[in-house]
Ligand binder design. Structure first.
Ligand code: SF4
Length: 337
């Protein structure tokens, strides 16, 4: 399928998809050790000089917003709240013209303390990862006894006026798949929006096994034991989550079924890693180095051109079902959601 070249300079790929949603990983480090993400001892972290500075991040985001048609910016990690310059980065991005919508994906630890400053700086909304409401199971899953801090983070985000406040939950067979209804009950009672995510083959240990993944069908069956779910009339667009009204609404629940119901055909995401690499897809096995160009004196036109070239080659989809599928060497913790 040949796609007519676009003249408006946006990030188009050879299938005609346009990337408007930029995910920026601010660090590969994290203060949790989730079993489906990394080993207990952590990982060999990126060295300081490898990481983009706050100024370099803001410059690349500015290029994306001013020259490449990006309208959404999501900060991720590792854990973005541990990046010292986070509030300043958010403020600088909020000052861009046109102003992008700004969101954050976090494990919530420390969010109660930082939410007011992030809101004032320009953060619009937040997704907090939470896979269980059971303190013992939380400690087992994350190897840290921090459930209270995450719950306080959620409440702090809502109190600061971030909206929506979403919960991202990953369910695993024999671990926490029984908690889907309870997580939804909790979300509805607190006016949070729950997103349940199929576990993806992106763990550092490369131990993902399809048989332990809880599928979208199973998630919906479980939720329907307690709730009436009806189709959401709202337009889905390029959003990863398929959503349903809960008990007639207005509460909604979403399922992100990357594996069993892939949504790559409408993908509008582009990614920048903490060490300045462009990833056209979460599952990309190649990357384009913007950091070297930036530190080598490239001007904004050059950086924009390199980014367009990187996205043009984006594959049609993640290819998880292909016998040739190769899990990326870079783990999720260094890519970000
Ligand atoms: S797997 Fe890749 S192409 Fe598919 S939706 Fe995710 S980022 Fe987009």
């Amino acid at each position: 399928m040949s796609v007519a070249p676009r003249t408006d300079g946006v990030l188009v790929d050879r299938y005609g998809r346009v990337a408007r949603d930029l995910r920026v990983s601010l660090t590969d480090k994290c203060n949790l050790r989730c079993t489906y993400c990394m080993p207990a001892e952590g990982l060999p972290w990126l060295a300081g000089p490898e990481l983009l500075s706050d100024e370099e991040i803001v410059r690349l985001v500015r290029v994306a917003v001013e020259r490449l048609g990006v309208t959404e910016v999501r900060f991720t990690g590792g854990e973005p709240l541990i990046r010292p310059g986070l509030v300043g980065i958010v403020a600088a991005v909020a000052a861009l013209d046109p102003r992008p919508r700004i969101s954050l994906t976090t494990n919530g630890i420390g969010l109660d303390r930082l939410a007011p400053a992030l809101r004032t700086a320009g953060l619009d909304r937040v997704n907090v990862s939470l896979d269980t409401l059971d303190p013992g199971r939380f400690t087992q899953l994350t190897r840290r006894p921090r459930l209270d801090a995450v719950l306080a983070g959620l409440a702090g985000a809502a109190a600061a006026g971030l909206s929506p406040v979403k919960i991202n939950s990953v369910l695993m067979r024999g671990v926490n798949e029984d908690e889907a209804p309870a997580l939804l009950r909790f979300a509805v009672e607190h006016d949070y929006q729950l997103r349940i995510i199929e576990q993806m083959p992106l763990d550092a240990q490369h131990g993902w096994d399809r048989s332990t993944m809880v599928t979208a069908d199973e998630i919906l069956t479980s939720l329907r034991t307690r709730f009436d779910l009806s189709p959401d009339p709202a337009e889905r667009g390029a959003a990863p989550a398929e959503t349903w009204l809960v008990d007639g609404g207005p509460a909604r629940v979403g399922v992100i079924a990357s594996v069993t119901r892939p949504f790559c055909g409408d993908c509008d995401r582009t990614r920048l890693t903490a060490d300045g690499q462009v990833r056209a897809c979460l599952f990309a096995t190649d990357e384009s180095d913007l950091r070297a160009a930036l530190r080598g004196g490239a001007d904004d036109d050059d950086l924009a051109g390199r980014w367009r070239t990187a996205m043009w080659g984006k594959r049609a989809g993640h290819g998880i079902d292909d016998p040739t599928f190769l899990q990326p060497t870079r783990p999720m913790s260094a890519i970000g959601g």
